[in-house]
Design a protein around this ligand. Structure first.
Ligand code: NAG
Ligand code: NAG
Ligand code: NAG
Ligand code: NAG
Ligand code: NAG
Ligand code: NAG
Ligand code: NAG
Ligand code: NAG
Ligand code: NAG
Ligand code: NAG
Ligand code: NAG
Length: 576
C-alpha cells in the first residue's frame, strides 16, 4: 500500500486541505454537533454512476438508487444518539454525529474514512501521516458501520492506523472476528460461522440433504459459502449446486447470471431447498424472474434479506414457495416508532437523506405504497448535495406508515446496541475526565474501554466477546400470507451457545415440524435388506439401492456409514 510507504518516511503531509465547513457540495450526508463526534457509514444509495468523461478524474460521482431500508438504518443511528442525549447517561456531555453515504462503493467509503481520521476545525481539514498516532487527536472518536462486509473490511484497515473503534451492526463475515487482522473492529451481531451452523442444523433437522446455495461474489458471499460448505460436509448434507452472482450493481452481467441461476434451479429438479446469501437487490431481481418462470421452492434466507419489505411486497410473492429465514433479535421498537411519526416535514439541511426522501416522495405523490419503494429508487438521481428541488410541491406527509412498514426491527436493535455500547464506554471513560472538552480522550483509549463494556437493554445484558462479537443469537422466521399480505412470523429462537432451536408454543412447534414435509434429497432411503451403492462419486447423498449380497444384512434405513460401498470421504468443497 502506497500510503504505508509514505508513512515510513515519517513526514507530516497534508492530504486534504482548505475544505470549508459544510459547503453545499460537501459529501457528508447528515451531521449534528456535539462534544464527542461519532462517524457513521451507510450505503444509502445502491450504486455510483460511472463517469463517461475522458480522461476519468478522481472525483466522487453521482449516487443513484435511494435505498429505503438503509435510509432507515441512518435514522436508527440518529434516533439512538438522541436517546442517549436525552438520557442522563452522559450527564452534560452531548454526542454528535457525522454520517456519510458510501453509495455501496469501497472508494467512497474510503474518502469518508479519511474525513474521520482527519483533524478538523472550520477552516481546514487535514489528515496527518505519522509513525505514531498515540498522541493524535482526530475529530471523530468512533465509527458505526459499515453495513456490507466488503466495505467494512476496507474501512477497517484504515481505522486500524489510529486504532479507532469501529462498530458494525450488520457485517457478519466470519473473518472479521480475527483480531490480528481487524484489531479495532467490533460488531453487535454474531459471525456467519453461527448463522451457517444454524442453517445446516435446520436443514439436517428437516431431513434435507440435497440443496442449492446462491451467494454474491464478495467477501460476504464467498466467506459465507466457504463456512457453509464446511458445515454441510460435517453433517452429511450435500450441495447440489452453488451459484455466485456479481456483487455490485454496476456489473451489467448480473441479469445474465440471474438467468443462468434460474436455469440451474430448473435443471436440478430434486433440489427443493435453496440457501440464499444475497443482498436485497439481488433477491428482488431473482424472485421477480423466478415467479415468471413458476419456480416453487423452499428458500432459506440470510439475515440481510429475511425481513425485507422490498421483497415481501413483490406482486405474487407467495408463488415463490416457502421462505424460512434467520434474523437478528429485535428490541423494544416503541421509541423508534414514535421517532418516525415525528420526523420533520421540512428537514433541515443537516440531514440530506431525509431531504432527498421528502423530495422523492413529492415526485411519487400519487404512487400507491406498494410501488413507492420502486418509484423512489427510479427517481433518485442522487446529486451529491441531495439538493431539494424547490419547484416540486411537497406533499405534506412523510408517509410515516410506509417507513414503519419498511423498518427491520433486527437491524434497528443492532444499531441501537452499537450506539449504546459506545455511550456506556464513553461514560466509563469520562468518569475521570472532562468530556465536554472534545479532546478529552483519543480513539484508542475508547477502544480499550469499549472492548470491556457491559450494559443492559430491555432486561438483557450485552458485552463483546474476545473476538469483538456480540453473540445475540437469531430468530428463525417464516413468511406467511395473512389476509393477502406476506407477513413475517417468528418460528423459533436459535441459541447459538447450545446450538438449539427454542420453540414458543405447540402451534409454532407444528409449523416447525411441517418443514419436514418438503423433500429435498438426491435419493430415497433404502429399504431394509438393501444397501447403498454410490452413483455420483463426489456425493454421499446420491446412491442407488441394491439388494444386499448373500451373507450380509441390514435392518435399518438411512445409515450411510454402515453400508456405503465406497468409503472415500468426499473432497472438502472450498472456493477460490
Ligand atoms: C429527545 O428530547 C426531545 C426534546 O424533549 C424530544 O423532542 C425528542 O423526541 C426526544 N428524542 C428521543 C429519541 O427520545
Ligand atoms: C484551524 O487549524 C489551523 C491550522 O492548524 C489554525 O491555524 C487555525 O487557527 C484553526 N482554526 C480554528 C478556528 O481553530
Ligand atoms: C433473461 O431471461 C428472460 C426470460 O427468459 C429474458 O426475457 C431476458 O432477455 C433474459 N435476459 C438476459 C440478459 O439474458
Ligand atoms: C409449491 O409446492 C408445494 C409442494 O409441492 C405445494 O404444497 C404448494 O401449494 C406450491 N405452491 C404454489 C404457490 O404453487
Ligand atoms: C418499550 O419501551 C416503552 C418506553 O419507551 C415502554 O413504555 C414499553 O412498556 C416497552 N415495551 C416493552 C414490551 O418492554
Ligand atoms: C421503475 O423502473 C423500472 C425499470 O425502468 C420499471 O419497470 C418500473 O415500472 C418503474 N416503477 C415505478 C413504480 O416507477
Ligand atoms: C399526498 O399523499 C397522499 C398519500 O399519502 C395522497 O393521498 C394525497 O393525494 C397527496 N396530496 C397531494 C397534494 O399530493
Ligand atoms: C478489561 O478487562 C480485562 C480483563 O478483565 C482487564 O485486564 C483490563 O484491565 C480491562 N480493561 C479496561 C480498560 O477496563
Ligand atoms: C437390527 O439388528 C440388530 C442386531 O440383530 C439389533 O440389535 C437391532 O435392534 C436391529 N435394529 C432394528 C431397527 O431393527
Ligand atoms: C450408524 O452406524 C454407526 C456404526 O454402527 C453408528 O455408530 C451410528 O450411531 C449409526 N447412526 C444412526 C443414525 O443410526
Ligand atoms: C446529535 C444530537 O442528537 N444532539 C442532540 C442531543 O440532545 C440535545 C438535547 O436533547 C439536543 O439539543 C442535541 O441536538
Amino acid at each position: 500500500m502506497a500510503l504505508l510507504i509514505i508513512l515510513i518516511t515519517c513526514f507530516v503531509i497534508f492530504l486534504v486541505t482548505s475544505q470549508p465547513c459544510q459547503t453545499p457540495d460537501d459529501f457528508v450526508a447528515a451531521t449534528s454537533p456535539g462534544h464527542i463526534m461519532i462517524g457513521g457509514l451507510f450505503a444509502i444509495h445502491e450504486k455510483m454512476l460511472s463517469s463517461e468523461d475522458y480522461p476519468r478524474r478522481p472525483e466522487i460521482q453521482k449516487c443513484v438508487g435511494f435505498d429505503i431500508s438503509i435510509f432507515l438504518h441512518t435514522l436508527a443511528m440518529i434516533h439512538s444518539i438522541e436517546m442517549i442525549n436525552n438520557s442522563t447517561l452522559l450527564s452534560g456531555v452531548k454526542l454528535g454525529y457525522e454520517i456519510y453515504d458510501t453509495c455501496t462503493d469501497v472508494t467512497v467509503a474510503m474518502a469518508a474514512t479519511l474525513r474521520f481520521l482527519s483533524k478538523f476545525n472550520c477552516s481546514r481539514e487535514i489528515v496527518e501521516l505519522k509513525c505514531d498516532y498515540s498522541g493524535y487527536m482526530p475529530r471523530v472518536k468512533a465509527v458505526i458501520g459499515a453495513g456490507y462486509s466488503e466495505i467494512t473490511m476496507a474501512v477497517s484497515r484504515m481505522l486500524n492506523l489510529q486504532l479507532m473503534p469501529q462498530v458494525s451492526y450488520e457485517s457478519t463475515a466470519e473473518i472479521l472476528s480475527d483480531k490480528i487482522r481487524f484489531p479495532s473492529f467490533l460488531r453487535t451481531v454474531p459471525s456467519d460461522f453461527y448463522q451457517t451452523k444454524a442453517m445446516v442444523h435446520l436443514i439436517q433437522k428437516s431431513g434435507w440433504n440435497w440443496i442449492g446455495i446462491i451467494t454474491t461474489d464478495d467477501d460476504y458471499g464467498r466467506l459465507a459459502l466457504n463456512t457453509f460448505a464446511i458445515q454441510t460436509l460435517a453433517n452429511n448434507v450435500c450441495i447440489a449446486f452453488k451459484e455466485v452472482l456479481p456483487a455490485f450493481l454496476s456489473d451489467d452481467t448480473i441479469e445474465v447470471r440471474i438467468n443462468q441461476t434460474l436455469e440451474k434451479i430448473i435443471a436440478e429438479a430434486q433440489v427443493n431447498v435453496i440457501v440464499v446469501f444475497l443482498r436485497q437487490f439481488h433477491v428482488f431481481n431473482l424472485f421477480n424472474r423466478a415467479i415468471q418462470r413458476n419456480i416453487n421452492k423452499t428458500w432459506i434466507a440470510s439475515d440481510i434479506w429475511s425481513t425485507a419489505t422490498k421483497i415481501t411486497t413483490i406482486p405474487n410473492i407467495k408463488r415463490i414457495g416457502q421462505v424460512v429465514g434467520f434474523t437478528f433479535r429485535r428490541g423494544n421498537m416503541s421509541s423508534f416508532h414514535a421517532f418516525l411519526q415525528s420526523l420533520p416535514v421540512f428537514p433541515s439541511d443537516n440531514n440530506k437523506p431525509l431531504n432527498e426522501y421528502a423530495t422523492l416522495l413529492s415526485a411519487c405523490a400519487y404512487v400507491k405504497d406498494s410501488d413507492l419503494s420502486q418509484c423512489i429508487s427510479n427517481h433518485s438521481q442522487g446529486t451529491l448535495a441531495y439538493k431539494a428541488n424547490e419547484d416540486i410541491e411537497r406533499n405534506f406527509s412523510l408517509r410515516n406508515d410506509f417507513l414503519w412498514d419498511y423498518t427491520e426491527p433486527g437491524f434497528v436493535h443492532s444499531i441501537q446496541l452499537a450506539v449504546f455500547a459506545l455511550g456506556y464506554a464513553i461514560r466509563d471513560l469520562c468518569q475521570a475526565r472532562d468530556c465536554q472538552n472534545s479532546n478529552a480522550f483519543q480513539p484508542w483509549e475508547l477502544l480499550d474501554v469499549l472492548k470491556n463494556v457491559t450494559f443492559t437493554d430491555g432486561g438483557n445484558s450485552f458485552h463483546f466477546d474476545d473476538h469483538g462479537d456480540m453473540n445475540t443469537g437469531y430468530d428463525v422466521v417464516l413468511w406467511k400470507e395473512i389476509s393477502g399480505h406476506m407477513t413475517i412470523t417468528k418460528l423459533a429462537q436459535y441459541d447459538l451457545k447450545s446450538d438449539v432451536f427454542i420453540v414458543a408454543d405447540q402451534e409454532t412447534k407444528n409449523e416447525f415440524r411441517n418443514l419436514k414435509q418438503v423433500q429435498s434429497k438426491c435419493s430415497k432411503e433404502c429399504r431394509p435388506g438393501q444397501m447403498k451403492k454410490t452413483t455420483r462419486s463426489q456425493h454421499i447423498c446420491c446412491y442407488e439401492c441394491v439388494n444386499c449380497p448373500e451373507n450380509h444384512y441390514s435392518n435399518q434405513t438411512g445409515n450411510y456409514s454402515h453400508y456405503d460401498m465406497y468409503s472415500d470421504t468426499p473432497e472438502p468443497f472450498l472456493l477460490g
